[in-house]
Design a protein around this ligand. Sequence first.
Ligand SMILES: O=P(O)(O)OC[C@H]1O[C@H](O)[C@H](O)[C@@H](O)[C@@H]1O
Length: 544
Amino acid sequence: MDMSVTFGDEAVAAEASEAVRRLAEEGVPQALSNGDPTLWGPEAESEARMRLGWLDLPTTSRELLPEITKLVERARAENLEHVVLAGMGGSSLAPEVICATADVPLTVLDTTDPGQVRRALADRLDRTILVVSSKSGSTIETDSHRRVYEKAFRDAGIDPADRIVVVTDPGSPLEQLAIESGYPVILADPNVGGRYSALTAFGLVPSALAGAEVIRLLDDAAEVRPRLAEGSEANPGLTLGAALGTAALAGRDKLVLEDGLSPINGLPDWIEQLVAESTGKQGKGILPVVGADPTEAEDEIVAGIDTEADVQVDGPLGAQFLVWEYATAIAGRLLGINPFDQPNVAESKENTARILRESGDGPLPTGTPALVDGPVEVYGELPAHVKDLSGVLTHLLEQIPDRGYLAILAFLDREAAFDVPVPPEASFEEITDIWAAHDPASLQGLLAIRTDRPVTFGWGPRYLHSTGQYHKGGPQNGVFLQLTGAVEEDLEVPGKPYTLGRLQLAQALGDLDAQRGRGRPALRLHLTDRKAGVRYLLDAAREV
Ligand SMILES: O=P(O)(O)OC[C@H]1O[C@H](O)[C@H](O)[C@@H](O)[C@@H]1O
């Protein structure tokens, strides 16, 4: 299957074609293909100089294959069939889509929800292999997962050194720890940023362990690679980047991502991080909208993966990764931003660290609820006429400005809905209905039909490493609805003064501080009983 970018929207096609011509005249496609770090201006140059390694990965990553094969053979020989990946953002989003597309099971831990981590721990610990992936080697969630698993392995009489594999950058504190602990380390290419790292060790190692055929990804990427030097619409990365960039400049800066019934499963979540973190800064950016239907709003453009849309991007997964990365770099140039930094991500992390530090052993600074409706407490400022939960939701929707959006950010257990018992004779449709009725993510669809503005949904803290950059650094027209929940059974983080549940709440509060500090409307709904709270909230949304 060949990589292609085609258009269902003539206006987008015409703008893109004109921009392709201009960019070609300026020599941009050739320069990008050659790894020229000057394409994003003098301020971005030093960062870009060490962030363009992704262009060579279809060739350079092949060096990893013998090492990966050895790891896979060892895991097979020891019957380690449950592959758990601890990694945030760029360190887990690519393996998630690679494994979903290959239809091989991978348990991804990119959460601080104690229930979700407990579920992973309870699943075949005796046959678990844990991949600890972190480029920086200092990400708090990933560090916590490693600590939790080390203890669990030891408690079960298993040597962690037999079960933990580390993927990190050379020289990181995690590399050092791995060496000291006797964990095998696969070093990733340091000249590739996290969200561009799908075809590095970060994408390949966990995916191969889970059973995906990773060489195919490199072969498919290698096949499209020569076209990325071309100065014409035969260059799919140039065409896609020109379309995204010119559409955003013309005001169509909400990018609805659809993968329909495509054989590629879940790529929009990966694109979401790439596009949001790369472009959402200096008050500019492209907002990816995943999991929602197009609204036909004027500021929207729809991209389809192997699916008819304004811009349709067809091709195999390995080539898609490379083409979207190239396109994002092109769109970044057109928008006049540095697509390789994430200047606002640290802010929420710092807020969280401060909140944990200042609260010591005492309660976290949650404040007092402005309203309590059933199992839901509402934190934040509310006008006097708002008396119940559906009033709260209506109030939030009314606050979305022109060209703005609502972001639902759920610091909850992403898998909890699937634990709900289903009758043994239930049909597939009945089962999915039961799940949806217990899934906080259903709130996105329920609120989306009550506004003509985009509604996004992100799981916390996962989104902090993805759209969180856009929410803080992009155009300031977001309205934020946070969901948190009471913790029934918490989990210690060995060697740390916080539990996972405490960390999770501190992360929510830290990001809320960042949004409120910018004057954005932001409310936190706290579910004092999670299961009842989700149902109550979804019912309230139906009444809006
Ligand atoms: O791989 P790590 O260093 O643990 O980083 C994981 C993620 O964390 C940060 O928040 C960055 O903004 C992301 O781009 C990155 O993918």
